[in-house]
Design a protein around this ligand. Structure first.
Ligand code: BGC
Length: 741
């Protein structure tokens, strides 16, 4: 449809029709089996007939039927929009976003997002509520799992990559879906890591750290954005006029559809920001929210507010036009079914090619934290795989809404497959034993959706432990398969303890006491306090929520068929009391002396814990052993418009091939605002065979030095800087240069 036709269509619509384009109904209004539920009351027929979009439904035939019936009865035959949370996979589930952050490989993430779009679109989906571009700094917040981590630069690359992957160059193509960037803004800053809480952050932190990744997604063309559940400066983001109209639309130039988060408009009443749902409608609409997801504020109140002149019809028309434009860009006026096609979906879903991609993504996302005496890769002998994740199928996250756990590959399955495929002597384990070891959760654990309780908890665990000891006795090496439960990370899963369930820690101790070599795998959606696990494991591998090909990808790395190369996208603390913990924190007036032997009285420190992370951002071992030469600079002065080159020689002194990620950080020595101690500006991945070396050159330019200055704009300030190139954020491999005006 041409723009004039859309405008003509809009002119012809009644007030009620227009308002209803801005109403998004939970899927169960149309289909009882929808993934997303809400709005407990039955939705009145008049709303169902006209509501412009829905969420939580998929299934090509089902969507075709709903769409057909809807269009036929709609006064202007305007198609319905179908949205879904396709976060890290639809049929084929890729590693969770935090794990994808660990790959430092946006190209890979773009390809994975492309597959998600193909599968979801063939299954009838038009829009995915992804990427979640929220910067995260506090591991107590369960939704860190849905973010790509604590670094604004990595997040920006990843958010843009996801948008490109989902949308391609033309969202009307059947293999693409529209992307909705979320949650605007600063949802990741929820105070104390408690979900749905306020966010307290300064304008300069918001600008300098938090907004960048949303901007990157918008610049990449995201067609939609979603508001967040938190407040900023005391105002709920769903009614934050300055943030939504001035910053998002004005400064970030977003001209797509802005949707509220689920029921967030109605929740303005609970926040005490609106006295009732009518006022909530008025506040959110005035602030610039186009679509009301999951509440009845717009459907019940918007028309009256326009009629009595409290809200302008012009603003209403603009919002409706944005929705119509999105439908048009998706090609729905010509083909209301978009990509929905059962046969195509069956062909695409979990194809061998997509599974191979998912397996590669798992291999690249695993982070090796410890590898004492090269305990990994495994090198023969008898191995016992022990623990609740040894044969666990739920290795996706709670945000893989269409995942069929039976299609996930467990560790046990992958090991058995590897043994069967191995020719005499070629396997990295001669024999394998398996034991559950303990229950995954402590009894009466509170989870995202329910409380876990087992009446036979004690007996079960006694038996499981006996089986584990039995299996351990038969083996030389124990691979302990441990981790958080699937519903312990994700939405509404804030925690004040970042340890594994006590029952798993008990299992770990019993296994460590056998004196056998211990390889520990940790399945998790967030950084954990690893404590004794790190102390007493010979090797420690973070497996995240790996998705469909988890078992294969992990066993590939254990067996040495692939070398680990993941780098932590979030700092792992010594203690929960360090949270929020992030490498790019501000300098302090009283830094603790770097030399631990010097007195640190009245410096910024903890009495009982280091300031630093146990495992810092950017850290991760490989099966090689890469060392870097001191950094050299092509010049020690820089001016705007010029570039200088920072070079290092990287040598893999190990015997095995390794893929390393060289990270360039910059520190600004003095600025008009206190500056972070270090900020990642670029990185390069390189693969080196054992003994091989290479010289890598990085370009440093003035724009890398810009920040939200005391002039309240992004600009660089002349002065001294240190540029570091290293293998993680703790690197001290630096050289100084001066920016001249
Ligand atoms: C979440 C969003 C999600 C939406 C729709 C909300 O509870 O915060 O991230 O996209 O539900 O499912």
């Amino acid at each position: 449809m041409k723009n004039e036709e859309l405008v003509a269509l809009l002119k012809d619509m009644s007030l009620e029709e227009k308002v209803m384009q801005l109403v998004q109904l939970p899927g169960q209004a149309f289909d009882a089996s929808a993934a997303v539920t809400g709005m407990t009351k039955t939705v009145p027929e008049r709303i169902k007939r006209l509501a412009g979009s829905t969420l939580g439904i998929h299934g090509a035939d089902k969507i075709r039927q709903i769409q057909k019936a809807y269009i036929e009865q709609h006064p202007h035959h305007i198609p319905l929009l179908f949205m879904l949370d396709v976060i890290h996979g639809h049929d084929t589930v890729f590693p969770c976003p935090l794990a994808q952050g660990a790959t430092f490989e946006p190209e890979l993430t773009e390809t994975c997002a492309g597959v998600q779009a193909q599968e979801a679109s063939a299954d009838g989906v038009h829009v995915t509520f992804s990427p979640m571009a929220d910067l995260v700094r506090d591991a107590r917040w369960g939704r860190v799992m849905e973010s790509t981590g604590e670094d604004p630069y990595v997040n920006s690359l990843m958010a843009a990559a996801m948008v490109r992957g989902y949308q391609g160059t033309d969202i009307s193509a059947p293999e693409h879906v529209a992307s909705c960037v979320k949650h605007f803004a600063a949802y990741g800053a929820a105070e104390a890591g408690r979900d749905y809480n306020i966010a307290e952050l300064s304008e300069s932190t918001l600008r300098g750290s938090y907004l960048g990744a949303y901007k990157a997604a918008i610049d990449a063309g995201a067609k939609m954005a979603m508001t967040s559940f938190n407040t900023v400066d005391g105002i709920p983001c769903t009614a934050h006029k300055r943030l939504l109209r001035d910053v998002l639309r004005g400064e970030l130039d977003f001209d797509g559809v802005l949707v509220s988060d689920f029921a967030a408009i109605k929740e303005l009443v609970a926040w005490g920001y609106a006295k009732d749902e009518g006022e909530a409608c008025e506040r959110a609409f005035e602030a610039g929210v186009d679509v009301d997801m999951g509440s009845e504020c717009y459907s019940n109140h918007l028309a009256a507010l326009v009629e009595n002149g409290k809200l302008s019809e012009k603003l209403l028309d603009e919002a409706v036009l944005r929705v119509l434009r999105l439908k048009n860009e998706l090609g729905l006026f010509e083909d209301p079914y978009h990509g929905a096609d059962e046969a195509r979906h069956a062909e695409l879903a979990l194809s061998a090619k997509s599974r191979a991609l998912a397996r590669q993504a798992v291999q690249k996302s695993l982070v090796l934290l410890e590898n004492k005496n090269n305990a990994l890769p495994l090198s023969g002998g008898s191995i016992a795989f022990i623990g609740p994740y040894a044969d666990e199928r739920n290795i996706q996250s709670m945000w893989a809404v269409n995942c069929k756990p039976e299609t996930n590959v467990t560790i046990r399955e992958a090991v058995i497959e590897a043994l069967a495929a191995a020719t005499e002597g070629s396997a990295n384990f001669a024999s394998a034993h398996f034991a559950g070891g303990c229950t995954l959760l402590d009894n009466d654990s509170e989870l995202a959706f329910f409380r876990y309780h087992s009446d036979t908890f004690e007996e079960d665990n006694k038996r499981l432990l006996a089986e584990a000891l039995d299996a351990a006795e038969k083996a030389d090496t124990l691979v302990l398969c441990l981790g958080e439960g699937m519903l312990q990370s994700g939405e509404s899963t804030s925690r004040t303890q970042l340890t594994l369930p006590a029952i798993q820690q008990k299992l770990f101790k019993a296994m460590a006491a056998t004196g056998k070599r211990i390889i520990t795998l940790v399945f998790t959606g967030r950084p954990l306090v690893l404590g004794e696990l790190a102390d007493y494991s010979d090797a420690l591998l973070v497996c995240w929520r790996p998705g469909t090909e988890g078992g294969h990808g992990i066993v590939d790395v254990l067996a040495g068929r692939a070398s680990p190369e993941g780098k932590l996208p979030m700092s792992f603390p010594y203690a929960v009391g360090q949270e929020p913990l992030y490498y790019n924190h501000a300098a302090t007036g009283r830094p603790r002396p770097a030399d631990a032997a010097k007195p640190s009285l009245f410096t910024s420190r903890y009495l009982d814990c280091p300031n630093e992370a146990r495992y810092p951002f950017g850290y991760g071992l490989t099966y090689g052993d890469c060392t870097l030469s001191p950094i050299t600079l092509s010049a020690n002065e820089l001016r705007a418009g010029e570039a200088l080159t920072a070079s290092v020689t990287v040598t893999n002194t190990g015997a095995r091939t390794a893929t390393e990620t060289l990270q360039l950080y910059i520190r600004d020595h003095a600025g008009s605002r206190v500056r972070p101690v270090k900020e990642l500006k670029t990185f390069k991945k390189i693969t080196l065979a054992g003994g091989e070396s290479a010289v890598l050159h990085f370009t440093v330019t003035e724009d890398m030095l810009r920040f939200w200055s005391a002039n309240n704009r992004f600009e660089s300030e002349p002065g001294d800087f240190t540029v570091f190139v290293g293998l993680d954020s703790a690197t001290q491999n630096g050289a100084q240069f001066t920016l001249r005006s």
